[in-house]
Design a protein around this ligand. Structure first.
Ligand SMILES: [Zn+2]
Length: 391
């Protein structure tokens, strides 16, 4: 008789122990908002100042987005992580390579690109986001050019440069990666730079940047605070924040992890972008549909990351895969909605009942679907006989 009582009591203790050991990630996933509908935004970085071929490509991307409508009749949305300056190669060459000189997106040479951006924004298919004044820190790129002929040639090229061609560590704007491991930039330099780039963004697009995404996902507290001052409401993250480049040049020094809806100490709301959709790297339409379906099961939005290089390098194939992916996502999730990250962030902040599900059953289903991603939790739960908790 005593043994029969001990068995469930022991099991209850074991289960309580498992939940206690994982209390923080379990609670964080319970607090994370649950969306009422499947949501998709395509997030495409690196557009703006750069190759003139972008003007035509942006027009073709916009036409593709227009052709796919969600259940409410809204066309597909692509955010453009905008870069607002590239080197002015001719001026740098004229100065003997001694001094950096930038060419901004406001330059007359970029008129066709600006027009294509405007047309897409007015049609509701493009939403500009702040990626950075430059896709590098100018002093860093100058220091690297002094010893690296490829970077020097890139810097003085008369044609608007492709920042994708820079060594990866140099593409991080918010650290000095002239030598590795990287060193932090001065806070005052970051504040000044963000103030300037927010002004450039306002002059180009007529509004403060509402959403920011750091180049190569390397940034820190000072950057977030400066973004907030500049009007940024939401920060796109991959779920963790790297703050440096390590000795091998990889993003490192991660000091924070985050889930969608968490608020940065500096004020902006974090969003997580964690579906990778790069057609030129072989990602197919099904990958996008799978990403949307899985996020929908978890009560999350699917923010799908893609880059300009797909469209510059393989325009026809990438556009075809993008359109097929959008159609596949629609076919998989009949209730799919296209929504921009800024709209999503506002819906979360305001707990908008049109988007946020607060019913206990829906929250429980989404929570269970999120648990398998917690490192070691699924294994511990199965060993303890708690496998039924996992969706
Ligand atoms: Zn980028």
């Amino acid at each position: 008789m005593t043994l029969l009582w001990l068995l469930p009591a022991g099991l209850a203790c074991l289960w309580a122990g498992v939940f206690a050991a994982f209390a923080r990630p379990l609670a964080a996933r319970w607090r994370e908002p649950v969306l009422k509908h499947p949501v998709l935004a395509i997030e495409s970085d690196d557009w703006g100042a750069g190759p003139l071929a972008q003007a035509d490509l942006l027009g073709r991307v916009a036409a593709c987005l227009q052709r796919v409508r969600d259940v409410a009749g809204r066309p597909a949305v692509m955010t453009l992580g905008v870069v607002m300056e590239v080197p002015d190669g001719a001026s740098i060459a004229a100065g003997g390579g001694a001094r950096y000189c930038g060419m901004t997106l406001a330059d007359p040479r970029f008129e066709a690109i600006r027009a294509a951006l405007r047309t897409g924004i007015e049609a509701g298919v493009f939403v500009p986001q702040l990626h950075g004044q430059c896709h590098y820190w100018p002093d860093t790129v100058m220091a690297v050019a002094a010893r690296d002929t490829a970077v020097r040639d890139w810097l003085v090229s008369p044609d608007p440069a492709r920042t994708e061609a820079l060594p990866s560590p140099v593409q991080s704007r918010w650290v000095d990666a002239a030598s590795l491991p990287s060193t932090p930039l001065a806070d005052t330099a970051i504040l000044q730079a963000v103030t300037t780039e927010a002004e450039t963004f306002r002059a180009l697009f007529g509004a403060s940047p509402g959403v920011a995404v750091a180049t190569t996902f390397v940034w820190n507290d000072t950057v977030e605070a400066a973004w907030r001052t500049a009007g940024v409401e939401a920060v796109i993250t991959p779920g963790r924040r790297a703050t440096c480049r390590d000795a091998q040049g990889r993003p490192a020094c991660a000091d924070r992890t985050m889930l969608t809806g968490e608020i940065s100490p500096a004020g902006p709301l974090y969003l997580v972008r964690d579906v990778y959709f790069e057609p030129a790297l072989g990602h197919d339409a099904r990958r996008l549909a799978d990403g949307v379906a899985e996020r929908a099961r978890q009560g999350r939005a699917c923010l799908a990351e893609t880059h300009r290089f797909n469209f510059l390098d393989a325009p026809d194939a990438s556009l075809a895969t993008l359109e097929a992916g959008l159609n596949a996502a629609r076919a998989r999730c009949a209730d799919l909605r296209f929504l921009s990250p800024q709209e999503l962030a506002r819906a979360i902040r305001q707990r908008d009942p049109a988007w946020i599900d607060t019913r206990f059953g829906a929250r429980m289903r989404a929570w269970r679907a999120r648990l398998a991603e917690i490192p070691r939790f699924a294994r511990a739960a199965r060993l303890a006989g708690l496998g039924w908790v996992l969706a």
